[in-house]
Design a protein around this ligand. Structure first.
Ligand code: NIG
Ligand code: FE
Length: 388
């Protein structure tokens, strides 16, 4: 198998959990480092001076190398935009879940080709900003046919596909819609989806509905994740903890009981600060969660309504500036924790055996991602051991 030595790395972020346990820091960073890639995987990491020989050699020029971002929350299958809704928000209109229906109408009217090329464009935009794994949800179809086709399209770009038929009730009777989601829609979605998600929120689905939908998903073999506590306090976070879900996302409005439930269950709290930026809501309190012993991930939530950014570097900068995270915690949350939020142990760290998914930064260290906000610092993204 062909091997490549990437050497002269100013700072190599490994996220090696053993390094963290040995007191070598959360990021397991190595200075003056090198990395050997064999095929699609990492074969060796360490000091450049100790590097083994390889077939090819790449000079990183003293720049930083980090694991690729694992963006565990996005809604990329949609048509149209809601720029006017954003402008109205910035003039004082509050965000409401009902705006989702505008995108549903545009998505239903789009062809498969239009939707596919739009997802391709957004995935490429993400890749240029260092994202190497992305989760993609359905949720703007909301008919049996449109949810199945949204997932079939998403599946062309990622293994991490999530059925979100329970995004909002499109029209009619909510109870009848829940029956549709847990019946024929789930049946049609199942072959294309790994996960099932519910928007458990005022104006969307309540705790009992979310529980019924997640249970039906589990019976069909889909693992659960949840949108919860974005707009107000509610039952979603505690439900996610009770069910032992991999992750619960948003977590903006949390009671002490919610925080304790997250800590005790080990369910990851995925924070999505692009949403608070784009809705002018208060940011979630990452410091409170981390200090309580909760595992925190960061993701983009790229979607046309509450947050139309594909940029994890922006989310890192916001998390550091507005949510009390250190640069190291934010980078770890967007890589290692993102992988954990998707139950993946093959990505999110640069240790032997994991996938060689990484980025080269046009900067000497990870700190620059927050220190130089808004600057496109990702010089190169490698996926599966090759430049993407
Ligand atoms: O994660 N919360 C539900 N879904 C998106 C918003 C969708 C929309 O407004 O179109 C979110 O914020
Ligand atoms: Fe979302």
């Amino acid at each position: 198998m062909a091997s490549t030595l990437i050497t002269n790395i100013g700072e190599l972020v490994t996220n090696d959990p053993d390094a963290a346990r040995d007191g070598r820091g959360l990021l397991g960073a190595i200075e003056d480092a090198a990395l050997v890639v064999e095929g699609a995987h990492v074969a060796w990491t360490g000091r450049a001076a100790d590097a083994p020989p390889a077939d090819e050699r790449v000079d990183a020029g003293g720049r930083a190398v980090l694991p690729g971002f694992v963006d565990s929350h996005s809604h990329l299958v949609f048509a149209g935009d809601r720029a006017q809704e954003f402008a109205a928000r910035m003039a004082g209109t509050p965000y409401a879940a009902g705006g989702i229906r505008t995108t549903v109408a545009a998505t239903r009217a789009a062809t498969d080709e239009q939707l596919t090329s739009h997802v391709a464009h957004l995935v490429e935009e993400m890749r240029r900003q260092g994202t190497t794994t992305v989760e993609i949800k359905s949720g703007y179809g909301l008919t049996v046919r449109d949810e199945a086709r949204s997932l079939a399209i998403a599946r062309q770009f990622t293994e991490e596909t999530t059925f979100l038929g329970a995004h909002v009730v499109p029209d009619g009777d909510p109870a009848a819609y829940v029956d549709l989601v847990t019946g024929p829609m789930l049946e049609a979605a199942r072959p294309h989806a790994r996960w099932i998600d519910v928007f458990c929120e005022r104006g969307a689905f309540d705790g009992d509905q979310a529980r019924a939908i997640l249970r039906a998903g589990a019976d069909a073999g889909l693992r659960g994740r949840l949108h919860a506590n974005q707009l107000t306090y509610g039952p979603g976070v505690r439900l996610a903890a009770e069910l032992g879900l991999a992750a619960v996302d948003h977590c903006t409005f949390l009671s002490d009981d919610d925080v304790a439930a997250l800590r005790d269950s080990g369910t990851i709290a995925t924070l999505l600060p692009g949403v608070e930026f784009s809705t002018r809501q208060p940011y979630p309190d990452a410091r409170r969660l981390i200090d309580a012993g909760v595992r925190v991930a960061l993701a983009s939530d790229c979607n046309p309504g509450s947050c139309f950014t594909s940029s994890v570097p922006l989310c890192i900068a916001l998390a550091v500036r507005e949510m009390g995270m250190t640069p190291a915690e934010a980078v770890h949350a967007a890589t290692y924790r993102g992988a954990e939020a998707l139950d993946r142990d093959d990505v999110g760290a640069l240790v032997p055996g994991r996938r060689a998914d990484f980025m080269v930064l046009d900067a000497p260290s990870h700190v620059h991602l927050a220190y130089r906000p808004g600057v496109p610092l990702v010089a190169q993204t490698w996926i599966g051991g090759r430049p993407a």
